[in-house]
Design a protein around this ligand. Structure first.
Ligand code: PEP
Length: 250
């Protein structure tokens, strides 16, 4: 039985004061939430704050991106070892905003995933299709290409210590959500694809859905067999909404 993971992607939002309120509210509202995994992804400057306010709360924290390089002349980048210093449990790789706005290729995303595997930080690999790709029937072709780049570098064993987030690009920040059936169809197809390489790893893999998850649609999405939680953007900035989504997960 896979545990559900509900993770909040704060994107480039927050401040010391705002985060203090948000994190304190989460810690008190999510007390005794042992049945699910909960995480927040803050921007790098606030990882220290997450570490100090979330340590011992049972809530995890992570980064929204990481460098594929270990150290050196990469101005502005942040290494896996630096994320380890702040006790991050997770890091996103290949979020569609990174792929689109910062032109990250499947290969770069796969290098970041491989770098994380050498650390104690779990990669959360984001995959998903644009509206154009969905409408032309290419959803799974695109997702399999994104996954194949990771398989080529890290093998199926890489998915033993990772999470996959299916995030249809057309549903991110748009208020449009994939129907629970659309999400289930893709999650099942991802699991079946990976099962060809290792059935046990595919069965145990947490595959979370992301794309305008809100308190009023979370129940139906979480009821799907292959949906193991959510990556939540906008709604994670509102503690009440985020807590409601966590409660819907278990
Ligand atoms: C995201 O940024 O990963 C996301 C799913 O955003 P939203 O929930 O706002 O669509």
């Amino acid at each position: 039985m896979r545990r559900k993971l509900v993770a909040g992607n704060w994107k480039m939002n927050g401040s010391l004061a705002e985060n203090q309120t948000r994190l304190t509210q989460l810690v008190s509202a999510l007390k005794n939430k042992e049945a699910i995994d909960v995480a927040v992804f803050s921007t790098a400057p606030y990882l220290f704050q997450c570490k100090s306010l979330l340590a011992a709360s049972g809530i995890s924290w992570g980064a929204q991106d990481v460098s594929e390089h270990a150290s050196g002349a990469f101005t502005g980048e942040i290494s896996t070892a630096m994320l380890e210093d702040f006790a991050c449990d997770y890091a996103l790789v290949g979020h569609s905003e990174r792929r689109e706005l910062f032109h990250e290729s499947n290969e770069v995303v796969a290098d970041k995933f491989a770098a994380l595997l050498k650390s104690s930080v779990l990669p959360v690999l984001c995959v998903g299709e644009t509206l154009e790709q969905r409408e032309s029937g290419d959803t799974m072709t695109v997702i399999i290409e994104q996954i194949n780049a990771v398989l080529a570098k890290s093998g199926i064993a890489g998915f033993k210590k990772a999470v996959v987030a299916y995030e249809p690009v057309w549903a991110i920040g748009t208020g449009k959500t994939a129907t629970p059936e659309q999400a289930q169809e893709v999650h099942k197809a991802i699991r079946e694809y990976l099962a060809q390489f290792d059935a046990d790893i595919a069965e145990a893999l947490q595959i979370v859905y992301g794309g305008s998850v809100k308190p009023d649609n979370a129940d139906a999405i979480f009821a799907q067999h292959d949906v193991d939680g959510a990556l939540v953007g906008g709604a994670s900035l509102n503690s009440n909404d985020f807590v409601k989504i966590c409660n819907a997960a278990g």
